[in-house]
Design a protein around this ligand. Structure first.
Ligand code: CMP
Length: 138
């Protein structure tokens, strides 16, 4: 069993597809182990995306992620990290496989609807960044 962090980003929340994203998560056989609607602060977002701090898109990414509420989730299941990434599709929605969440709901490489941890190590960091152990069920 693995855990991974998922974020339904402000663009997808504004588009009214929270339910659809969760339906796809559950349809894939992944379990929601924790969930919270949050309006991220700049500081929280900068800490979360720390590894990208030198990238040219960092400032714009922080602005986007703090522009409205998002949904933070911990997903649990066998190979949860890679299965959630497969469901999301490629970072750039124009390159994402048809039917994936980013292909369906993403607008461009920044406004790409959903986030997922890219490895077991980053999943551990990201889950703990947003959730206390007592908030994670199962
Ligand atoms: P995410 O999977 O949340 O991880 C980092 C985020 O940075 C990514 O999704 C996009 O929202 C954003 N991002 C990645 N690459 C670029 C890029 N080349 N230009 C703009 N934003 C990007």
């Amino acid at each position: 069993m693995e855990r991974t962090l998922a974020i339904i980003k402000p663009d997808a929340v504004a588009a009214g597809v929270i339910g659809e994203v969760i339906r796809r998560i559950e349809g894939e056989g992944l379990t929601v182990a924790a969930m919270r609607l949050a309006r991220l602060s700049e500081r929280e977002t900068e800490g979360f995306y720390y590894v990208h701090r030198q990238r040219p898109f960092f400032g714009s990414l922080v602005k986007f992620m703090t522009s409205g509420p998002c949904v933070l989730l911990v997903l649990r299941g066998t190979d949860a990290v890679v299965r959630w990434r497969n469901l999301m599709g490629s970072t750039d929605p124009s390159k994402a496989e048809p039917g994936t969440l980013r292909s369906l709901f993403g607008t461009n490489i920044e406004r790409n609807a959903v986030h997922g941890s890219d490895s077991e190590d980053s999943a551990s960091f990201e889950v703990n960044y947003f959730f206390k152990g007592t908030e994670i069920v199962g």
